[in-house]
Design a protein around this ligand. Sequence first.
Ligand code: UDP
Length: 239
Amino acid sequence: AGSPPKYTRILLKLSGEALAGGKPHGFDRPAMQAVADALAPVLAAGVQVGLVVGGGNLFRGLPAAADGGDRATADYIGMLATVMNALALHEVLERAGLAARVMSALPVTGVAEPFVRVKALAHLAAGKVVLFGGGIGNPYFTTDTAACLRAIDIGAQLLLKATKVDGVYDVDPLRNTTARRYEQLDYDEVLARHLGVMDATAVALAREHALPVRVFDMNSRGALLRIVHGEPVGTLMGP
Ligand code: UDP
């Protein structure tokens, strides 16, 4: 790990669940501390890190709409949930000695800077982790799409999507002992085989910009650091 990293600017996508640990809902301090612990050596290696966090541990628009709520309103609540997660994680990162800033695509000026691309780039260049809250700021989208968009915006060389499993499988590995993990996939295979890597909007955006996406298990110790050094951890979706 003493060698220079392969990637110098990355975008990490964490689902809201990653902040909840094993809990069904809310925040789990040790889980959030684990994110800080994983990021520390990556930042120390000089890698610039943007981070998009989801909101699933607090609120998701789609089930709320299915329950009879107005979809757009439900999605705005979901976006606010992602801002709450960004604030919670920001505090944990700062406490761990990692400089960070929250930027939101949805204006919430009392608690977060508005997303301004050139300012985000300046924060990154100063070694600060930029937490992008509020998704893309529009209903009908997901934070996976926001992660692709921000990765492209900041010129990240790689999008890292943290999941509960260590990559992309042909069938659900939690239910199927014969499931096989893909080492590499192209965007069209992901779409054609309906592999739940990301939603189709996000995959199409990544494909359009030839953005490589690595799916990996955030709970696997040292995985993030190995990835930025170019090791083939998890599954790579790319051109
Ligand atoms: N959301 C949205 N627009 C966006 C991003 C998110 O409307 O650009 C809403 C949507 O309702 C979504 C919720 O925010 O369900 C939380 O995000 P997501 O489900 O992507 O979080 P994750 O599953 O990654 O925890």
